[in-house]
Design a protein around this ligand. Structure first.
Ligand SMILES: C[S@@+](CC[C@H](N)C(=O)[O-])C[C@H]1O[C@@H](n2cnc3c(N)ncnc32)[C@H](O)[C@@H]1O
Length: 237
């Protein structure tokens, strides 16, 4: 199945999926339940998470005004909020935002949460840095150029961009998920209770994504860990 011109319903279903998944979302990151793909895979996963964390920590974000898109339960919000002067975190799911606030506790004082659809929303100010983790793969091919152009608008000149997503590795997802084949961008996702949702899932090659970033006005270098992650660091040109 490929995505037709009218993808609005899938984008709404994608929001519904994450709203319904919010309380079980961290099982994926923590490799629990259906996401536990064995001891070796778990060890490799966390080693590679550490590689990504180090890349994020190496960026000059301290005391900056930072925007996080699709902030989810706060796995990366937590990492960012201790360092930055102020963080604005946007997500379409109130359930995700509630879990994120809960994770941050008193640290949430530094964070402004905005519940909004990223296919509609644009900020009214520019930020020193924009960060989005596990979001770019959920953008339809037809909307990616527009999204990257919006990221440029969100950044001050010379501002920093950091993004992270999954490489196409089947042990990265749940045992009962099938990754989309080449040229497909729809994927069926299941919840623990068996409910199914159709979402967008694109795996970009580093070269194509770097080129798209350059065309949008972002100078980005994309790196990949051995199995699981692809991450980009760069600046607005
Ligand atoms: C894969 S999760 C990533 C969460 C977090 N960044 C992380 O790395 O754990 C995708 C997030 O995007 C949010 N989302 C889905 N569709 C959205 C939309 N149209 N606008 C804003 N957020 C959306 C979901 O609620 C979810 O929190």
């Amino acid at each position: 199945m490929s995505l037709g011109a009218d993808n609005a319903n899938v984008l709404l279903e994608q929001i519904d999926y994450y709203r319904a998944r919010a309380t079980e979302y961290d099982d994926w990151f923590l490799r629990r339940g259906r996401y536990d793909r064995g001891e070796d895979a778990t060890r490799r996963w966390f080693e590679q998470v550490q590689e990504v964390r180090q890349a994020l920590r190496a960026l000059a974000l301290d005391e900056k005004n930072v925007l996080e898109l699709a902030s989810g339960t706060g796995i990366w919000t937590e990492e960012l909020c201790t360092r930055v002067a102020h963080l604005t975190a946007v997500d379409a799911s109130s359930e995700m935002i509630a879990l994120n606030r809960q994770r941050l506790g008193a640290r949430a004082e530094k964070v402004t949460f905005i519940e909004a659809d990223l296919f509609e929303w644009l900020p009214t100010q520019e930020f020193d840095a924009v960060v989005f983790c596990f979001w770019i793969s959920h953008i339809p091919v037809s909307r990616i150029d527009e999204f990257l152009a919006n990221v440029v608008k969100m950044l001050t000149p010379g501002g920093t961009v950091f993004f992270l997503d999954a490489r196409k590795e089947h042990t990265g997802t749940a045992a009962d998920h099938v990754l989309p084949s080449r040229d497909e961008e729809l994927m069926t996702r299941r919840l623990d209770d068996g409910r199914e949702f159709t979402i967008i899932k694109n795996f970009w090659t580093a070269a194509v994504l770097e080129d798209k970033c350059t065309r949008a006005g972002l100078n980005v270098e994309i790196r990949e860990t051995a199995d699981y992650f692809q991450f980009g660091t760069g600046t607005r040109g």
